[in-house]
Design a protein around this ligand. Structure first.
Ligand SMILES: Nc1ncnc2c1ncn2[C@@H]1O[C@H](COP(=O)(O)OP(=O)(O)OP(=O)(O)O)[C@@H](O)[C@H]1O
Ligand SMILES: [Mg+2]
Length: 307
């Protein structure tokens, strides 16, 4: 995958509002055929990044390359080759789904036969002649996807496509995105603040936090070699960490509560650490080697969802 040229390349992308950087020095490559999860809590900078990609706002710094091309032909390419939904998709409420899509079909010079084809693909054929103001949130999300797909884009950018959906609605959207990739080889950038959702959908996940891409993870790698840590319950975690730090290379430590601590590092002989603590006079009531899930990983990096 990595040997190919990226179809979307963001280099040092940044957006500053007044004196606040909504997005900072963001570098991201998206490759043909992958589903890339763009994960970050509220206000992390997901929508701002997507707006810049779609040329709805101008970057303060950096460049955006699409399909290997720089800015001059970008606008034309963007309209023709990208389909996007940004935050909650808006429609003409008093028009039917079919009528709403008709305007988009005209705009993209798409054969109107695509309207029914797309509505059918999204499972909206029965509701095609109903006015959109009577649609449920899930139906609106699906109609948003239909609109993004109408002109058969190569790249689909979905900003929180499962916003407001219940678990079965989320599953439906997830399966549709996967189907689009398998059947039509569409590349997908999908943002979310819901970890479990991205974990089940994406090939790679980029974590954005306070406008910066803090980590990229290939999910298959994480499943195989998720980060190992040792969980210890001990009478004085802070001092236990200090003691261990003299003898072991700890990559990271996290105090969970007044008696629990997580130690990150490469531990060839975990039992030795346990012995070490006992010998140093600590009361260790619990000692386990664990593997970090994507959720733990994300929370450790971003400090949780709460601001
Ligand atoms: N037009 C604007 N003017 C000023 N600040 C803005 C503007 N748009 C976004 N921001 C700020 O930029 C930051 C990133 O916002 P953004 O909407 O990109 O986050 P997000 O990751 O999409 O969040 P959410 O999950 O809530 O949709 C926030 O601090 C936000 O307040
Ligand atoms: Mg957003």
């Amino acid at each position: 995958m990595k040997s190919e040229l990226p179809i979307l390349k963001l280099t040092n992308l940044g957006k500053k509002y007044a004196n606040h950087w909504a997005v900072r020095n963001l570098n991201l490559n998206l490759y043909q055929g992958e589903i890339y999860g763009f994960l970050g809590r509220n206000g992390a900078g997901k929508t701002t990044t997507i707006r810049m990609i779609m040329d709805l706002i101008k970057p303060t710094t950096g460049t955006i390359q699409l399909f290997g091309q720089t800015d001059i032909v970008r606008k034309e390419m963007r309209l023709r080759q990208i389909g996007a939904t940004i935050e909650y998709p808006g429609f003409y409420p008093n028009l039917t789904a079919r009528e709403n899509l008709y305007y988009n079909a005209k705009m993209f010079e798409v054969d109107v036969a695509r309207i029914d084809e797309t509505l059918e693909f999204m499972g909206l054929q029965k509701a095609a002649n109903r006015v959109v103001k009577g649609y449920s949130l899930g139906m609106k999300q699906r109609l948003g996807l239909a609109r993004a797909l109408l002109h058969q884009p190569k790249l689909l950018i979905l900003d929180e496509p499962t916003n407001g959906l219940d678990p079965s609605g989320i599953k439906e959207i997830r399966e549709l995105i996967q189907q689009l990739r398998t059947e039509f080889h569409i590349t997908v950038l999908v943002s979310s603040h819901i970890l479990s959702e991205i974990e089940q959908l994406a090939d790679r996940v980029g974590m954005i936090h306070q406008g910066m891409l803090t980590k990229e993870i290939v999910l298959a790698d994480l499943q195989q070699h998720g980060k190992q840590y040792i969980e210890i319950k001990v009478n004085n975690p802070q001092s236990a960490i200090q003691t261990l730090a003299h003898s072991y290379r700890l990559h990271d430590t996290k105090i969970i509560d007044e008696q629990t601590v997580h130690l990150f590092g490469t531990f060839h002989q975990p039992a030795e650490i346990n012995r070490h603590l006992h010998q140093a006079g600590f009361d260790v009531s619990h000692f386990t080697l664990r593997r970090e899930s994507l959720e733990d990983h994300f929370l450790r990096i971003t400090g949780g969802f709460e601001s």
